[in-house]
Every structure is written in structure tokens, then in C-alpha cells.
Ligand binder design. Structure first.
Ligand SMILES: *[C@@H]1O[C@H](CO)[C@@H](O)[C@H](O)[C@H]1NC(C)=O
Ligand SMILES: *[C@@H]1O[C@H](CO)[C@@H](O)[C@H](O)[C@H]1NC(C)=O
Ligand SMILES: *[C@@H]1O[C@H](CO)[C@@H](O)[C@H](O)[C@H]1NC(C)=O
Ligand SMILES: *[C@@H]1O[C@H](CO)[C@@H](O)[C@H](O)[C@H]1NC(C)=O
Ligand SMILES: *[C@@H]1O[C@H](CO)[C@@H](O)[C@H](O)[C@H]1NC(C)=O
Ligand SMILES: *[C@@H]1O[C@H](CO)[C@@H](O)[C@H](O)[C@H]1NC(C)=O
Ligand SMILES: *[C@@H]1O[C@H](CO)[C@@H](O)[C@H](O)[C@H]1NC(C)=O
Length: 500
């Protein structure tokens, strides 16, 4: 039976508190008859709760005075209780500024041993509490965790920059733990391999601390794990081969550990249920593994900013990743062509291939991916004619990037209609008449190139009305003004350049 304070009960409590001042005794009696606080609480349990909270919020907080019946008619925000054999025990303690009346930590907040005297504590959450690593550094106790080993299911320590030092091996004794979240603290040092004993874990989040050293291979034995996030630490070495055993895993985020530097283990291909793979901002090497194509549940692959990755894209049958929505391989040292199989990723919304050394001509089918809303090919060595429809450039604006490909040009569409709304890709020059990208830039193409290089949002959605033949004709001076439409178009272009 869980205590929960539904609105009517809250109302009742408020009423009883209000009347408390005048009819103190009778009110207590009524509550007892109600049965809502009929069960007793062990004296030791109650004292431990008060002292533990005092450790966080400060000595001024007098629990027995303010909350004489913490599991009954004077509930404490952030404290939940459960009945065991007819006695109340604290089941959850949540400290930190979540609600207006939450327990807030003092500047000299401490973790006291009283916390470990709560016999049925299943949830402990300490949020935004230990704030200063210099004025008040707080460390995790080394020996106390065993006392909670039969009860604690969720431990969450979040946004505590003053929580420093290492994670003691004894945290590995919390064998009932299903969720361990140590997010945004000042913790450092190696991860204890004893974390591998927490075999019931579904969620392990260690992000944004200063953890260093290798990822313990023992973590690969946590085969109930759904979420593993060790991002933004200082972990180094390789992804353990054992990670192939994390077959239930939905999310794997190891991004931003600038020293993870080995090739990806082929065993990752076993993670058939994985939807997120984020390894961005590391130093992974050895190219993309073929196993990726077996990870058929993937929705997001982020490998950006691993300049040492290298290799090419052609070894993978991309079309197998039917659910893929985000593929970010920017700045990964890739070479080779953009494979045709990428144009069959029907769910793809984001494709980032910028800042690599890709060559060849981008497949025009990329523009007809039904969901695509951002496509970055800039900063490569792509060549030839960009053959996407003008409407595509218009729709995408700056979310289509093809600039910084010195040998790439775009072909403005030839249509039979006399006028057409044309959008040009930002920073890409039009192809000259013969489709020669590097030779003979004509006057008009220079103007447009200049325009599209301007760093002005105005240009992004700019629609220039031009006659159908004008851009591709390679105007050399004599052709100008042969129709008034062409003249108009030119005036527009000149005006726009003037207003830069
Ligand atoms: C709390 O208040 C009670 C009664 O008001 C008093 O007896 C007790 O000493 C106080 N405890 C602390 C720790 O201040
Ligand atoms: C990260 O680890 C490297 C050695 O592996 C060390 O030189 C560096 O100072 C560490 N950085 C931080 C922020 O701890
Ligand atoms: C993968 O997901 C499917 C469907 O959600 C589920 O039935 C299956 O048990 C999962 N596999 C593992 C190894 O957890
Ligand atoms: C781009 O490709 C050309 C040949 O097509 C080659 O000569 C040049 O070195 C390449 N540049 C880069 C940066 O890869
Ligand atoms: C394109 O022009 C450059 C320089 O004018 C020339 O060297 C090259 O041979 C031309 N290429 C084609 C395909 O016409
Ligand atoms: C431009 O084209 C003309 C012929 O139309 C040719 O004579 C000239 O050499 C070309 N210029 C360059 C730089 O390729
Ligand atoms: C440029 O115009 C002249 C006529 O003035 C024409 O003879 C020549 O073929 C044109 N050149 C190009 C490249 O269109």
C-alpha cells in the first residue's frame, strides 16, 4: 500500500492543520478515527528520517516540531511512506528544488549515516544539492551502501557539482538497483567494475562527470539494461567487446569522451533493439563496421566529430536500416562516394556528411527522400552538377549545405514555362554552359555566385524570377536584354547586389 496524497486528502489535511491551532486535541482524535494515520512509525525510523533531512537542509529544521507524523497527517514534500507489517517506513526520499515546498539543501549540506538507517528505502534522489566543490565538497560514503542493498531500487544524484571523488566499489552491492543515475556531478576517477554486479539495472546514466579510464568490460553483463549513457566524461580506450551482450539495450550514448580511441567492436551488431547509437566527439578509428546494418532498430546514428574514423560509406547496405531518421557522420574523415543505397532510407530526416573528403557527384535521389529536412554535404570534395530541383533548395534553405565543395556547381532547371521561381543552393555557383565547373564563369553566373556566397538570410529564401533560358545560356554580353524578362531579372540581381 502506497501513501499518496490525492487532492481531497490534501484538502482534508489542510483543513485539519487549519483547525489544529484552535482544536488541537480533538483534531488529532478525528484523524485517528479516520484511520488515515492509524499506523505507527518506529521511533528509530522517524528519528533517522529527521536527522537525514537535517543533514541536507540544516540544523534549523526541527522535524519533530514541524512534522510530528511524517507518514500520516503531516506529510513532508519529497518523502513517501509504505506499510510493512503494520508499520510505516520511509520508501522514498527526494531532496532538491523541484516544487515550491520541496526540501532544499543548505550551503553546508551533508550526506549523513542516518540515511542508511532507513530500513525500507527504495528511492533516493538528491538533486541540485551539493553546489560548491570548493566550499563544501561532499564524497559518497565508502562503506554504508550495504545497508540499503536489500531495498534500494533507484539512486539518482543529479546536478551536484559539489559531489566529488570516486564511486566506491560498495555501490556494486545495491543488488536490487534498477536505475542508477549519476548525472552532472563532480565525480571522477575510474568506474568500479563492481557496477557489473548490478544485474537488475535497466538504466545506467553516468553522463557529465569527470570519470576517466577504461569502460569496465563487466558492464557488458548487464543484460537487462535499456539505457546506457556514459557521455561527456573522460573515458578512454575501447568500447568493450562485451557490449555485444547488451541485447536489450535501446540507447547507447558514449559521446563526448575525447579519449575513446579504438575501432568499434563488430559485436555491436548484436544490438538489434538499439534505437540510439551516439558515439560523437570521440577518437574512434577503423571506419564504420558492417555490423551497423544488422542493428535494424536504429533511429539515430551519431558519429560526428571522430576525425580519426575514416573509411568510406560503400561497405554498408544502408537500405537495411529502414527506421533510420538521423544519420550524422560529419567530420569523420570519410572518403569515397555517397552510396546510392543511402537514397533508400525512407524515414531519414537528417543526413550530415559535412566536413569529410567525399568525392563524386551527390545522387539526385537524395532530394526526393520523403522526410528529409536537413542535408549537409558541405566541406567535401564533391564534383560535377548538383541536380536537385529548385523547389528543394527553396524548401530547405540553409538546412541544405553544399558550400565548400570547390568543384561542385548547380544546374538551374530548364523548364518550358516562361518564368519560374528559382532558388539557388547557398554557396554553390551555377554550372557554366558546358557544365564545366571550373572554367569560364560568365557574368551572370558570377553575379549569382556572389549573391549566394553572401552571408545574408535574405538570400536564403530569395526567389528570383528569370526566364527559362537565361541561366544556362551562358550569357556573354550580346545575349543580354534579348527579352525584357531577362532584362528585368538582371536588374533584380544588380539591385540585390547593391543592397548587400
Ligand atoms: C525540536 O523541537 C522540540 C520541541 O519544540 C525540542 O524539544 C527539540 O529539542 C528540538 N530539536 C532540535 C534538534 O532542535
Ligand atoms: C582526461 O584524460 C587525459 C588522459 O587520459 C588527461 O590528460 C586529461 O587531463 C583528462 N581531462 C580531464 C578534464 O580530466
Ligand atoms: C527486443 O524488442 C522486442 C520488441 O520490443 C522484444 O520482444 C524483445 O524481447 C527485445 N529483445 C531483447 C533481447 O530484449
Ligand atoms: C579533391 O579531388 C581532386 C581530384 O578530383 C584531388 O586532386 C584533390 O586532392 C582532392 N582534394 C581533397 C581535399 O581531397
Ligand atoms: C573546364 O575548364 C577548365 C579550365 O578552363 C579546363 O581545364 C577543363 O578542361 C574544362 N573541362 C571540360 C570538361 O570542359
Ligand atoms: C572561355 O571560353 C572561350 C571560348 O568561349 C575560350 O576561348 C577561353 O579560353 C575560355 N576561358 C577559360 C579561362 O577557360
Ligand atoms: C557571344 O556572342 C557572340 C555574338 O556577339 C557570339 O558570336 C558568340 O558565339 C557568343 N559566345 C557564347 C559563348 O555564347
Amino acid at each position: 500500500m502506497k501513501m499518496s496524497f490525492s487532492p481531497p486528502l490534501c484538502f482534508l489535511i489542510m483543513l485539519s492543520l487549519l483547525s489544529l491551532s484552535s482544536f488541537n486535541v480533538s483534531c488529532r482524535g478525528q484523524e485517528q478515527e479516520d484511520g488515515s494515520s492509524g499506523a505507527p512509525m518506529e521511533r528509530g525510523e522517524q528519528e533517522a528520517l529527521y536527522s537525514a533531512i537535517q543533514g541536507f537542509v540544516g540544523k534549523w529544521w526541527n522535524g519533530s516540531d514541524l512534522y510530528p507524523d511524517p507518514c500520516g497527517w503531516t506529510p513532508i514534500q519529497g518523502v513517501d511512506c509504505d506499510l510493512y507489517n503494520g508499520w510505516w517506513y520511509v520508501s522514498a526520499l527526494n531532496v532538491g528544488p523541484v516544487y515550491e515546498n520541496s526540501l532544499r539543501c543548505a550551503q553546508d549540506a551533508r550526506l549523513t549515516h542516518h540515511l542508511f538507517e532507513l530500513k525500507h528505502l527504495t528511492t533516493l534522489s538528491i538533486y541540485s544539492c551539493f553546489s560548491s566543490p570548493r566550499r563544501n565538497p561532499v564524497r559518497l560514503p565508502i562503506f554504508s551502501w550495504g545497508a540499503l542493498s536489500n531495498t534500494l531500487e533507484s539512486l539518482e544524484l543529479r546536478s551536484n557539482p559539489g559531489l566529488v571523488g570516486t564511486v566506491p566499489a560498495s555501490v556494486g552491492s545495491l543488488k536490487r538497483l534498477q536505475s542508477l543515475v549519476l548525472l552532472e556531478n563532480g565525480l571522477a576517477g575510474p568506474l568500479p567494475m563492481e557496477l557489473g554486479n548490478l544485474i537488475r539495472l535497466k538504466r545506467l546514466v553516468l553522463s557529465t562527470n569527470g570519470f576517466a579510464g577504461q569502460i569496465p568490460p563487466a558492464l557488458g553483463g548487464l543484460n537487462s539494461l535499456l539505457i546506457l549513457d556514459c557521455s561527456r566524461n573522460n573515458l578512454s580506450g575501447q568500447l568493450p567487446l562485451t557490449f555485444g551482450g547488451l541485447t536489450s539495450l535501446l540507447k547507447l550514448d558514449l559521446s563526448g569522451n575525447s579519449n575513446l580511441d579504438a575501432p568499434l567492436p563488430g559485436e555491436l551488431g548484436n544490438l538489434r533493439n538499439l534505437t540510439l547509437l551516439d558515439l560523437g566527439g570521440n577518437k574512434i578509428s577503423g571506419g564504420l563496421i558492417r555490423g551497423i546494418q544488422e542493428m535494424v532498430s536504429l533511429k539515430e546514428i551519431v558519429m560526428s566529430n571522430n576525425p580519426t574514423l575514416r573509411g568510406d560509406l560503400t561497405g554498408i547496405e544502408w537500405a537495411k536500416l529502414e527506421d533510420l531518421e538521423v544519420l550524422d557522420l560529419s567530420n569523420t574523415g570519410l572518403t569515397g562516394r555517397i552510396p546510392e543505397s543511402m537514397t533508400r532510407l525512407k524515414r531519414l530526416r537528417f543526413l550530415g556528411l559535412s566536413d569529410n573528403s567525399l568525392w563524386g557527384t551527390p545522387p539526385p535521389e537524395l532530394a526526393s527522400l520523403p522526410c528529409i529536412s536537413a542535408l549537409y554535404l558541405n566541406g567535401n570534395n564533391l564534383t560535377g552538377q548538383l541536380d536537385f530541383p529548385g523547389t528543394f533548395y527553396g524548401k530547405m534553405g540553409r538546412r541544405f549545405g553544399a558550400w565548400n565543395n570547390p568543384n561542385l556547381c548547380h544546374r538551374l532547371p530548364l523548364t518550358s514555362s516562361s518564368s519560374l521561381a528559382v532558388n539557388v543552393p547557398f554557396g554553390v555557383r551555377p554550372c557554366s554552359r558546358a557544365g564545366n565547373a571550373s572554367g569560364n564563369r560568365t557574368v551572370s553566373s558570377l553575379l549569382i555566385a556572389e549573391m549566394s556566397e553572401g552571408d545574408d538570410d535574405l538570400h536564403r529564401d530569395l526567389q528570383i524570377e528569370v526566364s527559362s533560358g537565361w541561366p544556362s545560356r551562358g550569357v556573354n554580353g550580346s545575349g543580354w536584354g534579348s527579352t525584357s524578362k531577362e532584362m528585368m531579372a538582371l536588374v533584380w540581381v544588380l539591385l540585390l547586389v547593391m543592397f548587400e
